[in-house]
Design a binder for this molecule. Sequence first.
Ligand code: HEM
Length: 223
Amino acid sequence: MRSWLMSSIGKKQVVAVSGLLLILFLIAHLAGNLLIYRGPEAINIYSHTLHSFGLFIRLAEFGLAAIFLIHIAFTAMVVIDNKKARPIGYIGGQPYKERSLATRLMPYTGTILLIYVITHLFDFTLANSNGPGAFVNGQNLGLYGLIVNAFANPYEVLWYVVAMAAVGFHLVHAIQSVCQTFGLNHPVVTPVLKKISFVLGVLISVSFASIPIYVWLFISTAH
Ligand code: HEM
C-alpha cells in the first residue's frame, strides 16, 4: 500500500480519484445552488434540510476538506516528481506547446480555486445567516439574504465570475485526465471523452457563474 502510494502512478491515481469526488461534490453543490432561481424559500429550506443532518453533515464536511487537502498534496507531489524526471518543461511526456490551454493553465486555475474556496467559506458557510448580512430591505432572508447581499457588490460578482472561469478550465482538463490516468486511452474513445470533458466543464462553470450575475442584475437593488 505504502509503495503504491509513493509510486508515480499511485500518486496520479489518488489525484484522479480525489478529483473525481470533488467533481461529484461540485455537481451536487451546483444542483443545490440553482434553487436560488426558485426564490428565498427553496434555497433556505434546502440549506436547513442539509444542516438538520447535524453530525452526519459535519462528518461529510470533514471528509470533503480531507479530500480537498489530499488532492492538493498529491498534485504537488506529482508536479515535483515530473519536474525531477524532466527538468526542461515537459509534463506527462508532452512538450509544452502540444499541451492544451486548459492543461497549461492547471497550476494557475488550481491556485485560484484554492484561494476562492477559502474566501468562499467566509462568504457563506462561516457567515451568520441570521445576522445583519442576511437582512434585505429590513427583512431577515437567511442564507438567501446572505447571497443577495454578497452579490450586490460588483467586485464580488466579478471575482466569482473569474473563479468560475477557473473552475471551467480546471474541469475541462480534469475529467479527461481522470480517464487517462485509469488507462482509458483509445483512438476512438479519447476524442469523445475530451468533448464530454469540455462540455461538462463549460456547463458547470457557466451555470455557477450565472448565479452571481443573475442576483446582481435582477435581485439586488444596490445598483
Ligand atoms: C456561484 C457559485 C457558488 C455559489 C453561489 C455558492 C454558494 C454556497 C453557499 C450558499 C454555501 C453555504 C451552504 C450552507 O451553508 O447551507 C456554500 C458552501 C460551500 N461551497 Fe459554494 N457556491 C458556489 C460555488 C462553489 C464552488 C465552485 C466551490 C468549489 C470549488 C464551492 C465550494 C463550497 C464549499 C466547500 C462549501 C462548504 C460546504 C459545507 O460546509 O457544507 N462553491 N456555497
